[in-house]
Design a protein around this ligand. Sequence first.
Ligand code: GDP
Length: 325
Amino acid sequence: MDISELGDKILNGDRRALARAITLVESKRADHRGQATALIEYLSRAGRQALRIGLSGTPGVGKSTFIESFGMVLVKQGLRVAVLAVDPSSARSGGSILGDKTRMERLSRERNAFIRPSPSQTHLGGVARRTREAVALCEAAGFDVVLIETVGVGQSETVVAEMSDLFLLLIAPAGGDELQGVKRGIMEMADLILVNKADGDLKPAATRTCADYAGALRLLRKRPQDPQGYPKAMMVSALVEDGLEAAWDEILTLANWRKENGHWQSNRATQARYWFDQEVRQALLARLNSSGARAEMERFGEDVAHGRLSPAAAAEQMLNRLSDV
Ligand code: GDP
């Protein structure tokens, strides 16, 4: 495959080329991996950046409804919007979030929107790399906003937060004990908490929930990357499309403030370091799990068990071998 040809098509906004490239970064084949790395490297020279927005919430909170209406708000403003998903549970269920495109019927018909469902993956590390590279591809293809959706099941939020400029948490209106339902760590990650379904009969409950979260956010440690009054809780209705422009305004205010104060850039730099670190760790682990390395481990293990080598000496020899297996 001609990497620069594919890369140039992506830079020209060719959607089919983009889809092909995402398939390439999703591939587990070693030769594809090499091509994917070369492609990402080629595209990064263009230096394009989108606003990367992570979005999380438990199933049923209204994520896909929100992405559809919010995406339409952005598209109507002339922005190009890509939607990606991180779904660590899809390996188990066999399905995937965003898999059912009819959930975003209007947005998927828009020329300036690109929706990519999450394929099945076995482990979060693989999901993370695939999504991160898909984000980079969408940026290169000229999208202004990349929305990265994840289900609120724990670890995947961290992965998404590590590749986002801003993180949104969607919450549903609830009784009185709803705060306990959201892990503190996830709340701390959020830049904006959106209490969805603030419409009809649910409006009073949404108002209470929003006040509860606003109170809880005030108790959190003030973050240096935030201006006064952030993180913030606000009400939206994805269904009747209320509060979505206001949410976008908040996002822009926060993003611009961070850009002007250098936090945007330093966040991306920290993320790049983090992903470099992850790549090295995962590559080392993959090597350690290769059949050659496993055989060596077994052999050294025997030596250690029989007292022929100390654990430390065996480990040192094993690590030296690792580059050869
Ligand atoms: P997801 O699982 O988080 O993607 O949630 P969905 O977007 O599939 O929505 C789950 C249910 O909540 C659907 O029946 C939606 O119609 C409903 N829903 C989503 N957003 C709203 C909203 O703003 N107001 C109301 N009343 N219902 C909503």
